[in-house]
Design a protein around this ligand. Structure first.
Ligand code: MTE
Ligand code: MO
Length: 414
Protein backbone atom coordinates (compact mmCIF):
# COMPACT_ATOMS: atom_id res chain seq x y z
CA UNK A 1 0.00 0.00 0.00
CA UNK A 2 1.44 3.45 -0.87
CA UNK A 3 2.05 5.83 2.05
CA UNK A 4 0.20 9.13 2.39
CA UNK A 5 2.84 11.23 0.65
CA UNK A 6 2.91 8.91 -2.35
CA UNK A 7 -0.83 9.02 -2.72
CA UNK A 8 -0.84 12.80 -2.52
CA UNK A 9 1.82 13.20 -5.18
CA UNK A 10 0.33 10.74 -7.61
CA UNK A 11 -3.11 12.24 -7.17
CA UNK A 12 -1.78 15.75 -7.78
CA UNK A 13 0.13 14.58 -10.77
CA UNK A 14 -2.97 12.84 -12.08
CA UNK A 15 -5.06 15.97 -11.66
CA UNK A 16 -2.42 18.05 -13.41
CA UNK A 17 -2.25 15.59 -16.26
CA UNK A 18 -5.98 15.54 -16.66
CA UNK A 19 -6.16 19.33 -16.67
CA UNK A 20 -7.93 20.02 -13.38
CA UNK A 21 -6.39 23.09 -11.72
CA UNK A 22 -5.96 21.87 -8.15
CA UNK A 23 -4.16 25.04 -7.00
CA UNK A 24 -6.96 27.25 -8.33
CA UNK A 25 -9.55 25.34 -6.36
CA UNK A 26 -7.70 25.46 -3.02
CA UNK A 27 -6.71 29.16 -3.18
CA UNK A 28 -10.32 30.22 -3.86
CA UNK A 29 -11.76 27.95 -1.17
CA UNK A 30 -11.86 28.94 2.54
CA UNK A 31 -9.57 27.10 4.97
CA UNK A 32 -10.69 23.66 6.07
CA UNK A 33 -11.70 24.90 9.53
CA UNK A 34 -13.79 27.81 8.18
CA UNK A 35 -15.42 25.52 5.65
CA UNK A 36 -16.41 23.10 8.41
CA UNK A 37 -18.04 25.91 10.43
CA UNK A 38 -19.79 27.33 7.37
CA UNK A 39 -22.61 24.79 7.38
CA UNK A 40 -24.91 24.60 4.33
CA UNK A 41 -28.55 25.51 5.10
CA UNK A 42 -29.72 21.92 4.62
CA UNK A 43 -27.71 20.91 7.68
CA UNK A 44 -29.45 23.44 9.94
CA UNK A 45 -32.93 21.93 9.93
CA UNK A 46 -34.57 18.54 9.74
CA UNK A 47 -35.03 17.13 6.26
CA UNK A 48 -38.40 16.24 4.78
CA UNK A 49 -39.98 13.08 6.25
CA UNK A 50 -39.62 10.24 3.75
CA UNK A 51 -43.27 9.36 4.34
CA UNK A 52 -44.17 12.41 2.25
CA UNK A 53 -42.93 10.48 -0.78
CA UNK A 54 -43.79 6.83 -0.18
CA UNK A 55 -42.85 6.14 -3.80
CA UNK A 56 -39.65 8.10 -4.32
CA UNK A 57 -39.06 10.65 -7.06
CA UNK A 58 -35.77 12.12 -8.38
CA UNK A 59 -34.30 15.31 -6.91
CA UNK A 60 -36.08 18.46 -8.14
CA UNK A 61 -32.66 19.55 -9.44
CA UNK A 62 -32.85 16.70 -11.98
CA UNK A 63 -36.17 17.87 -13.43
CA UNK A 64 -34.73 18.30 -16.91
CA UNK A 65 -33.93 14.58 -17.12
CA UNK A 66 -37.13 13.46 -18.81
CA UNK A 67 -38.40 11.73 -21.93
CA UNK A 68 -39.24 13.99 -24.85
CA UNK A 69 -41.27 13.40 -27.97
CA UNK A 70 -39.56 13.27 -31.33
CA UNK A 71 -42.19 15.21 -33.24
CA UNK A 72 -45.82 15.52 -34.13
CA UNK A 73 -47.69 12.28 -34.69
CA UNK A 74 -50.64 11.89 -37.08
CA UNK A 75 -52.79 10.73 -34.13
CA UNK A 76 -52.14 11.80 -30.49
CA UNK A 77 -52.10 8.28 -29.03
CA UNK A 78 -49.76 6.99 -31.74
CA UNK A 79 -46.84 8.37 -29.82
CA UNK A 80 -43.21 7.88 -29.03
CA UNK A 81 -41.16 9.21 -26.13
CA UNK A 82 -37.37 9.16 -26.23
CA UNK A 83 -34.91 8.17 -23.47
CA UNK A 84 -32.46 10.95 -22.37
CA UNK A 85 -29.32 8.87 -23.09
CA UNK A 86 -27.06 11.92 -22.57
CA UNK A 87 -28.08 12.12 -18.88
CA UNK A 88 -27.76 8.44 -17.95
CA UNK A 89 -24.84 6.42 -16.55
CA UNK A 90 -24.17 2.71 -16.60
CA UNK A 91 -26.49 0.57 -18.71
CA UNK A 92 -29.86 0.41 -16.90
CA UNK A 93 -32.67 2.73 -17.95
CA UNK A 94 -34.75 3.87 -14.95
CA UNK A 95 -38.37 2.81 -15.42
CA UNK A 96 -39.73 6.34 -15.69
CA UNK A 97 -37.29 7.07 -18.51
CA UNK A 98 -37.72 3.89 -20.60
CA UNK A 99 -38.61 4.86 -24.15
CA UNK A 100 -42.25 4.44 -25.15
CA UNK A 101 -43.77 3.55 -28.49
CA UNK A 102 -47.55 3.22 -28.46
CA UNK A 103 -49.69 2.67 -31.57
CA UNK A 104 -53.02 3.23 -29.80
CA UNK A 105 -52.24 4.78 -26.43
CA UNK A 106 -51.50 3.09 -23.10
CA UNK A 107 -54.43 0.96 -21.87
CA UNK A 108 -55.30 0.83 -18.15
CA UNK A 109 -55.50 -2.92 -17.52
CA UNK A 110 -56.79 -4.52 -14.32
CA UNK A 111 -54.35 -7.42 -13.77
CA UNK A 112 -57.07 -9.49 -12.09
CA UNK A 113 -59.11 -9.36 -15.29
CA UNK A 114 -56.24 -9.84 -17.73
CA UNK A 115 -55.93 -13.23 -19.49
CA UNK A 116 -53.43 -14.80 -21.85
CA UNK A 117 -54.88 -17.28 -24.35
CA UNK A 118 -52.61 -19.90 -25.96
CA UNK A 119 -54.29 -21.70 -28.85
CA UNK A 120 -53.96 -22.79 -32.51
CA UNK A 121 -51.64 -25.72 -33.24
CA UNK A 122 -51.34 -26.86 -29.61
CA UNK A 123 -52.51 -30.07 -27.90
CA UNK A 124 -54.34 -28.20 -25.11
CA UNK A 125 -55.60 -24.62 -25.67
CA UNK A 126 -55.05 -22.79 -22.36
CA UNK A 127 -56.11 -19.51 -20.79
CA UNK A 128 -53.90 -18.06 -18.03
CA UNK A 129 -54.59 -15.41 -15.44
CA UNK A 130 -51.66 -13.44 -13.99
CA UNK A 131 -51.67 -15.63 -10.86
CA UNK A 132 -51.36 -18.76 -13.04
CA UNK A 133 -48.39 -17.30 -14.91
CA UNK A 134 -46.45 -16.13 -11.87
CA UNK A 135 -46.55 -19.72 -10.51
CA UNK A 136 -44.08 -20.76 -13.25
CA UNK A 137 -40.37 -20.56 -12.32
CA UNK A 138 -39.18 -16.99 -12.91
CA UNK A 139 -36.14 -15.73 -14.84
CA UNK A 140 -34.49 -12.30 -14.72
CA UNK A 141 -32.30 -11.07 -17.59
CA UNK A 142 -30.89 -7.72 -18.61
CA UNK A 143 -31.64 -6.87 -22.26
CA UNK A 144 -31.91 -3.81 -24.44
CA UNK A 145 -35.09 -2.99 -26.32
CA UNK A 146 -34.81 -0.91 -29.49
CA UNK A 147 -37.49 0.37 -31.84
CA UNK A 148 -36.60 -0.52 -35.44
CA UNK A 149 -37.37 3.13 -36.27
CA UNK A 150 -34.62 4.39 -33.90
CA UNK A 151 -32.11 6.79 -35.52
CA UNK A 152 -34.15 8.06 -38.52
CA UNK A 153 -31.13 9.30 -40.46
CA UNK A 154 -31.38 7.57 -43.86
CA UNK A 155 -32.47 10.76 -45.61
CA UNK A 156 -31.22 13.55 -43.38
CA UNK A 157 -30.90 14.89 -39.87
CA UNK A 158 -30.64 18.33 -38.25
CA UNK A 159 -27.29 19.49 -36.77
CA UNK A 160 -28.92 20.31 -33.41
CA UNK A 161 -30.45 16.86 -32.91
CA UNK A 162 -29.36 15.52 -29.54
CA UNK A 163 -28.48 11.87 -28.89
CA UNK A 164 -31.93 11.66 -27.29
CA UNK A 165 -33.46 12.64 -30.66
CA UNK A 166 -31.23 10.41 -32.80
CA UNK A 167 -30.85 7.33 -30.57
CA UNK A 168 -33.42 7.68 -27.76
CA UNK A 169 -35.61 4.78 -28.92
CA UNK A 170 -33.33 2.29 -27.18
CA UNK A 171 -33.46 1.43 -23.47
CA UNK A 172 -32.23 -1.39 -21.25
CA UNK A 173 -33.80 -3.08 -18.24
CA UNK A 174 -33.67 -6.17 -16.08
CA UNK A 175 -36.78 -8.05 -17.20
CA UNK A 176 -38.36 -10.67 -14.98
CA UNK A 177 -40.95 -13.16 -16.10
CA UNK A 178 -41.41 -16.75 -17.12
CA UNK A 179 -39.82 -18.64 -19.99
CA UNK A 180 -42.22 -18.76 -22.92
CA UNK A 181 -40.90 -22.29 -23.63
CA UNK A 182 -42.24 -23.42 -20.23
CA UNK A 183 -45.70 -22.03 -20.97
CA UNK A 184 -45.75 -23.49 -24.49
CA UNK A 185 -44.68 -26.89 -23.12
CA UNK A 186 -47.76 -26.79 -20.88
CA UNK A 187 -49.96 -26.29 -23.97
CA UNK A 188 -47.99 -28.77 -26.12
CA UNK A 189 -46.77 -27.30 -29.42
CA UNK A 190 -47.82 -29.56 -32.30
CA UNK A 191 -45.36 -30.75 -34.94
CA UNK A 192 -45.43 -28.41 -37.94
CA UNK A 193 -46.18 -25.31 -35.84
CA UNK A 194 -43.47 -22.94 -37.12
CA UNK A 195 -44.99 -19.51 -36.36
CA UNK A 196 -46.64 -17.88 -33.38
CA UNK A 197 -49.03 -14.94 -33.55
CA UNK A 198 -48.71 -12.51 -30.60
CA UNK A 199 -51.52 -10.00 -29.99
CA UNK A 200 -51.73 -7.04 -27.61
CA UNK A 201 -54.78 -5.95 -25.61
CA UNK A 202 -54.49 -2.28 -26.61
CA UNK A 203 -56.81 -0.36 -28.94
CA UNK A 204 -54.24 -0.96 -31.73
CA UNK A 205 -54.36 -4.74 -31.05
CA UNK A 206 -50.77 -4.77 -32.28
CA UNK A 207 -50.13 -8.22 -33.72
CA UNK A 208 -47.00 -9.92 -35.06
CA UNK A 209 -45.87 -13.35 -36.29
CA UNK A 210 -42.82 -14.77 -34.51
CA UNK A 211 -40.83 -17.87 -35.49
CA UNK A 212 -41.54 -20.67 -33.00
CA UNK A 213 -37.78 -21.32 -32.84
CA UNK A 214 -37.35 -17.87 -31.24
CA UNK A 215 -40.31 -18.46 -28.89
CA UNK A 216 -38.66 -21.68 -27.66
CA UNK A 217 -35.16 -20.15 -27.50
CA UNK A 218 -34.88 -17.12 -25.17
CA UNK A 219 -38.34 -15.49 -25.22
CA UNK A 220 -39.72 -14.23 -21.89
CA UNK A 221 -43.27 -13.44 -20.84
CA UNK A 222 -42.23 -10.47 -18.73
CA UNK A 223 -44.25 -9.07 -15.83
CA UNK A 224 -41.53 -7.05 -14.10
CA UNK A 225 -38.98 -4.45 -15.07
CA UNK A 226 -36.02 -3.43 -12.88
CA UNK A 227 -37.51 -5.14 -9.85
CA UNK A 228 -41.05 -3.78 -9.94
CA UNK A 229 -44.12 -4.69 -11.98
CA UNK A 230 -44.03 -3.36 -15.55
CA UNK A 231 -44.98 0.26 -16.02
CA UNK A 232 -48.31 0.69 -17.88
CA UNK A 233 -46.36 2.18 -20.84
CA UNK A 234 -44.17 -0.94 -21.00
CA UNK A 235 -47.09 -3.37 -21.21
CA UNK A 236 -48.54 -3.84 -17.70
CA UNK A 237 -49.35 -6.49 -16.64
CA UNK A 238 -47.66 -8.73 -19.28
CA UNK A 239 -45.48 -8.30 -22.34
CA UNK A 240 -43.55 -10.47 -24.73
CA UNK A 241 -39.81 -9.89 -24.62
CA UNK A 242 -37.77 -11.26 -27.53
CA UNK A 243 -34.13 -10.45 -26.74
CA UNK A 244 -32.33 -8.82 -29.68
CA UNK A 245 -35.44 -8.61 -31.87
CA UNK A 246 -36.88 -5.30 -33.10
CA UNK A 247 -39.07 -3.55 -30.52
CA UNK A 248 -42.42 -3.99 -32.27
CA UNK A 249 -42.23 -7.79 -31.94
CA UNK A 250 -42.13 -7.40 -28.15
CA UNK A 251 -45.89 -7.16 -27.89
CA UNK A 252 -47.11 -5.21 -24.87
CA UNK A 253 -50.30 -5.96 -22.92
CA UNK A 254 -50.02 -9.51 -24.32
CA UNK A 255 -53.38 -11.30 -24.52
CA UNK A 256 -53.05 -14.03 -27.16
CA UNK A 257 -50.54 -16.45 -28.65
CA UNK A 258 -51.70 -18.55 -31.59
CA UNK A 259 -49.52 -21.28 -33.09
CA UNK A 260 -49.66 -21.91 -36.85
CA UNK A 261 -47.69 -23.38 -39.73
CA UNK A 262 -47.08 -20.07 -41.51
CA UNK A 263 -46.79 -16.34 -40.78
CA UNK A 264 -50.11 -14.61 -40.25
CA UNK A 265 -49.34 -11.57 -42.52
CA UNK A 266 -50.62 -8.90 -40.12
CA UNK A 267 -50.64 -5.17 -40.84
CA UNK A 268 -47.45 -4.78 -38.75
CA UNK A 269 -45.51 -7.10 -41.10
CA UNK A 270 -47.00 -6.18 -44.49
CA UNK A 271 -47.87 -2.47 -44.66
CA UNK A 272 -45.47 -1.57 -41.84
CA UNK A 273 -42.10 -2.85 -40.57
CA UNK A 274 -40.99 -4.14 -43.97
CA UNK A 275 -37.88 -2.81 -45.68
CA UNK A 276 -37.94 -1.46 -49.21
CA UNK A 277 -34.69 -2.44 -50.92
CA UNK A 278 -33.03 -0.42 -53.72
CA UNK A 279 -34.37 -2.98 -56.27
CA UNK A 280 -37.95 -2.08 -55.25
CA UNK A 281 -38.60 -5.35 -53.39
CA UNK A 282 -39.80 -5.09 -49.79
CA UNK A 283 -38.10 -7.46 -47.37
CA UNK A 284 -40.28 -8.85 -44.55
CA UNK A 285 -39.36 -10.24 -41.11
CA UNK A 286 -36.12 -8.37 -40.44
CA UNK A 287 -36.14 -9.30 -36.80
CA UNK A 288 -32.65 -8.92 -35.36
CA UNK A 289 -31.28 -5.50 -34.41
CA UNK A 290 -27.78 -5.12 -35.85
CA UNK A 291 -24.52 -4.09 -34.15
CA UNK A 292 -24.72 -0.41 -33.17
CA UNK A 293 -23.10 2.13 -30.87
CA UNK A 294 -23.23 5.84 -30.08
CA UNK A 295 -21.23 8.29 -28.00
CA UNK A 296 -23.57 9.73 -25.37
CA UNK A 297 -21.03 12.20 -23.90
CA UNK A 298 -19.79 14.47 -25.38
CA UNK A 299 -22.91 14.93 -27.52
CA UNK A 300 -25.09 17.88 -28.61
CA UNK A 301 -25.95 19.95 -25.53
CA UNK A 302 -23.22 18.20 -23.49
CA UNK A 303 -19.96 19.46 -25.00
CA UNK A 304 -16.75 19.83 -22.96
CA UNK A 305 -16.61 23.14 -21.05
CA UNK A 306 -12.89 23.63 -21.56
CA UNK A 307 -9.92 21.94 -23.27
CA UNK A 308 -8.18 19.22 -21.29
CA UNK A 309 -9.31 15.88 -19.96
CA UNK A 310 -12.61 14.73 -21.42
CA UNK A 311 -13.79 11.16 -21.09
CA UNK A 312 -15.61 9.86 -24.16
CA UNK A 313 -18.43 7.56 -23.05
CA UNK A 314 -21.24 5.79 -24.80
CA UNK A 315 -23.31 2.68 -25.38
CA UNK A 316 -22.94 -0.29 -27.73
CA UNK A 317 -25.30 -3.21 -28.40
CA UNK A 318 -26.18 -5.98 -30.82
CA UNK A 319 -29.19 -8.25 -31.22
CA UNK A 320 -26.82 -11.05 -32.25
CA UNK A 321 -25.18 -11.38 -28.83
CA UNK A 322 -22.32 -9.77 -26.95
CA UNK A 323 -20.42 -6.66 -27.92
CA UNK A 324 -16.75 -7.69 -28.19
CA UNK A 325 -15.14 -4.41 -29.23
CA UNK A 326 -15.78 -0.68 -29.43
CA UNK A 327 -13.32 1.60 -31.21
CA UNK A 328 -13.42 5.38 -30.95
CA UNK A 329 -12.10 7.96 -33.40
CA UNK A 330 -11.72 11.68 -32.70
CA UNK A 331 -10.65 12.60 -36.25
CA UNK A 332 -13.54 11.34 -38.36
CA UNK A 333 -12.31 7.78 -38.78
CA UNK A 334 -8.60 8.13 -39.67
CA UNK A 335 -7.28 6.76 -36.36
CA UNK A 336 -9.25 4.33 -34.18
CA UNK A 337 -8.49 3.47 -30.54
CA UNK A 338 -10.00 0.66 -28.49
CA UNK A 339 -12.35 1.85 -25.75
CA UNK A 340 -12.66 -0.01 -22.44
CA UNK A 341 -15.84 -2.07 -22.09
CA UNK A 342 -17.35 -1.66 -18.64
CA UNK A 343 -18.63 -4.75 -16.83
CA UNK A 344 -21.08 -6.33 -17.15
CA UNK A 345 -20.83 -7.18 -20.87
CA UNK A 346 -23.95 -9.27 -21.50
CA UNK A 347 -25.53 -10.72 -24.65
CA UNK A 348 -28.26 -8.62 -26.32
CA UNK A 349 -27.69 -5.92 -23.71
CA UNK A 350 -26.38 -2.37 -23.67
CA UNK A 351 -22.63 -2.21 -22.98
CA UNK A 352 -21.05 0.96 -21.59
CA UNK A 353 -17.74 1.96 -23.18
CA UNK A 354 -15.23 4.63 -22.10
CA UNK A 355 -12.10 6.18 -23.52
CA UNK A 356 -9.94 8.74 -21.68
CA UNK A 357 -9.17 11.62 -24.05
CA UNK A 358 -7.47 14.98 -23.82
CA UNK A 359 -9.21 17.56 -25.97
CA UNK A 360 -6.72 20.08 -27.39
CA UNK A 361 -9.50 22.62 -27.96
CA UNK A 362 -9.46 22.20 -31.74
CA UNK A 363 -12.18 20.86 -34.05
CA UNK A 364 -12.83 17.12 -33.76
CA UNK A 365 -15.13 14.50 -35.28
CA UNK A 366 -16.15 11.94 -32.64
CA UNK A 367 -17.20 8.47 -33.76
CA UNK A 368 -17.63 5.00 -32.26
CA UNK A 369 -17.65 1.68 -34.10
CA UNK A 370 -18.66 -1.60 -32.50
CA UNK A 371 -18.06 -5.26 -33.38
CA UNK A 372 -20.28 -8.04 -32.02
CA UNK A 373 -19.50 -11.67 -31.21
CA UNK A 374 -20.79 -12.76 -34.63
CA UNK A 375 -18.10 -10.57 -36.20
CA UNK A 376 -20.56 -7.96 -37.48
CA UNK A 377 -18.87 -4.54 -37.63
CA UNK A 378 -20.98 -1.39 -37.47
CA UNK A 379 -20.94 0.10 -41.01
CA UNK A 380 -20.15 3.62 -42.12
CA UNK A 381 -23.10 5.70 -43.30
CA UNK A 382 -21.80 5.48 -46.88
CA UNK A 383 -21.70 1.68 -46.76
CA UNK A 384 -25.14 1.42 -45.18
CA UNK A 385 -26.74 3.75 -47.75
CA UNK A 386 -24.99 1.93 -50.63
CA UNK A 387 -26.46 -1.38 -49.44
CA UNK A 388 -29.94 -0.19 -48.50
CA UNK A 389 -30.68 2.98 -50.46
CA UNK A 390 -32.74 5.84 -49.03
CA UNK A 391 -36.23 4.26 -49.33
CA UNK A 392 -35.26 2.10 -46.39
CA UNK A 393 -36.48 3.44 -43.06
CA UNK A 394 -35.88 0.91 -40.29
CA UNK A 395 -32.73 -0.62 -38.76
CA UNK A 396 -30.37 2.35 -39.25
CA UNK A 397 -27.16 1.31 -37.46
CA UNK A 398 -24.44 3.36 -39.14
CA UNK A 399 -21.46 4.88 -37.32
CA UNK A 400 -22.60 8.21 -35.84
CA UNK A 401 -20.55 11.40 -36.08
CA UNK A 402 -20.57 14.28 -33.57
CA UNK A 403 -18.77 17.44 -34.71
CA UNK A 404 -16.98 19.19 -31.83
CA UNK A 405 -16.25 22.87 -32.53
CA UNK A 406 -13.46 24.89 -30.83
CA UNK A 407 -15.93 26.60 -28.44
CA UNK A 408 -17.08 23.19 -27.17
CA UNK A 409 -20.35 23.05 -29.10
CA UNK A 410 -21.31 19.60 -30.41
CA UNK A 411 -23.55 19.05 -33.45
CA UNK A 412 -24.72 16.09 -35.54
CA UNK A 413 -22.70 15.58 -38.72
CA UNK A 414 -23.87 13.26 -41.52
N1 MTE B 1 -49.64 -4.06 -27.96
C1 MTE B 1 -48.64 -3.28 -28.38
N2 MTE B 1 -47.38 -3.75 -28.31
C2 MTE B 1 -46.36 -2.99 -28.73
C3 MTE B 1 -46.57 -1.70 -29.29
C4 MTE B 1 -47.91 -1.21 -29.32
O1 MTE B 1 -48.19 -0.10 -29.75
N3 MTE B 1 -48.92 -2.04 -28.87
N4 MTE B 1 -45.51 -0.98 -29.78
C5 MTE B 1 -44.38 -1.79 -30.23
C6 MTE B 1 -43.21 -1.02 -30.63
S1 MTE B 1 -43.24 -0.33 -32.19
C7 MTE B 1 -42.09 -0.95 -29.85
S2 MTE B 1 -40.70 -0.20 -30.41
C8 MTE B 1 -42.08 -1.50 -28.48
C9 MTE B 1 -41.83 -0.37 -27.50
O2 MTE B 1 -41.82 -0.83 -26.19
P1 MTE B 1 -41.79 0.24 -25.01
O3 MTE B 1 -42.90 1.23 -25.25
O4 MTE B 1 -41.93 -0.54 -23.76
O5 MTE B 1 -40.45 0.92 -25.09
O6 MTE B 1 -43.30 -2.11 -28.13
C10 MTE B 1 -43.96 -2.79 -29.16
N5 MTE B 1 -45.10 -3.49 -28.64
MO1 MO C 1 -41.08 0.39 -32.70
Amino acid sequence: MPDKADTGISRRRMLRRTGFALAGVSSAAPSARAAAADLPPWMLEQGAPVSENPYGVPSPFEKSVVRITGGKQPFPTSAHMLTPLQDLDGIITPNGLHYVRDHGGTPAIDPDRHRLLVHGMVDRPLSFGMDDLTRFPSVSRIHFLECSGNTPLYKSGKPDWSVQMTHGLVSCAEWTGVRLSDVLAEAGVQPGAAWMLAEGADAAALTRSIPVAKALDDAILAYAQNGERLRPEQGYPLRLLLPGYEGNTCVKWLRRLKLGDQPFQTREETSKYTSLMPDGIARQFNFTMEAKSVITRPSPGCGPKQPGFCEISGLAWSGHGRVVRVEVSTDGGAIWRDAALQDPVLPKCLTRFRLPWTWDGGPALLQSRTTDEKGEVQPTRERLLAARGTHYYYHYNAINTWRLAPGGEVTLAL
